[in-house]
Design a protein around this ligand. Structure first.
Ligand code: ZN
Length: 258
């Protein structure tokens, strides 16, 4: 079945992760169920803690369950503001009504550490290059990279970027989220590395790492860059004449600073 058909006539899903990035579990209401064959189903909820694939951040996975069924969520997909949860039926058949959501927290936390690291790298790369940078895209699963406009920088620049990022992580710094009006956002974000990629919205959510420029972003982040742990800049891969991907890695198990 087409996503458009599944989402048709449904209200926009309330995105709980935008205001509570630490929500691992929540009560929710299933408002639509579309079975697929005998084994899978698409669920629409009134509100969700599942971050769908967007802005380079891969989809959360986890469980939606009640006393009568359990659905293993493999993908959350955003369609015109409606989040569609697709998964495999582990037990029973999902029905409309009250349910509990659980996200795969170790994976989500790894993605959050990578996402905050990606924005820290924006700052550190601009610093090492001594000029404003512009992002093109990113992916925070495998491979894990941020894309930038321009030629791939020399190794010396990559090492400088990595050194600064690790110094900042070791010192720690808060990560704060704000929702700005479009007017406020235009002023605050003109130097943001993804300013050119901003969609037309009535308000703009920004993430600010202490000591860095605010960046517009709808993703989930750690509270303090200390949570990222040591970071390595793996390589700069040219992808066309005028852009490159900065591949990076954080350790698989987080080392918490707090
Ligand atoms: Zn982001």
């Amino acid at each position: 079945m087409e996503l458009a058909e599944i989402a048709a006539g449904q209200p926009k899903t309330e995105l709980v992760y935008l205001r509570d990035m630490q929500a691992k579990e929540s009560r929710t209401r299933v408002i639509k169920v579309v079975p697929e064959k005998q084994t899978h189903a698409y669920l629409i909820l009134d509100q969700t803690i599942f971050h769908p694939k967007s802005g380079g951040q891969p989809s959360d996975r986890g469980i939606i369950q009640s006393a009568d069924y359990e659905l293993r969520v493999k993908k959350a997909i955003q369609f015109n503001g409606v989040v569609i949860h697709w998964g495999k039926m582990n037990r029973g058949n999902p029905v409309e009504g009250e349910a509990t959501c659980l996200i795969d927290w170790p994976y989500r936390h790894l993605v959050m550490r990578r996402h905050t690291a990606a924005h820290l790298l924006d700052h550190c790369l601009a610093n090492a290059l001594g000029r404003r940078i512009q992002t093109t895209d990113s992916w925070l699963d495998v491979p894990c990279y941020v894309g930038y406009a321009g030629n791939a920088p020399a190794d010396e620049i990559l090492r400088g970027t990595e050194r600064l990022a690790n110094q900042m992580i070791a010192s720690g710094g808060t990560v704060s989220i704000k929702v700005l009006s479009v007017e406020e956002a235009k002023k605050a974000l003109q130097n943001a590395p993804n300013f050119e990629r901003l969609p037309n919205l009535s308000e703009v959510r920004t993430v600010t790492i202490e000591g860095c420029e605010p960046i517009p972003c709808g993703g989930t982040h750690v509270h303090n860059i200390g949570e990222i742990g040591p970071i390595s800049v793996v390589k700069a891969e040219p992808v066309s004449n005028d852009s490159f991907r900065l591949h990076f890695a954080v350790s698989e198990s987080a080392s918490f600073s707090s």
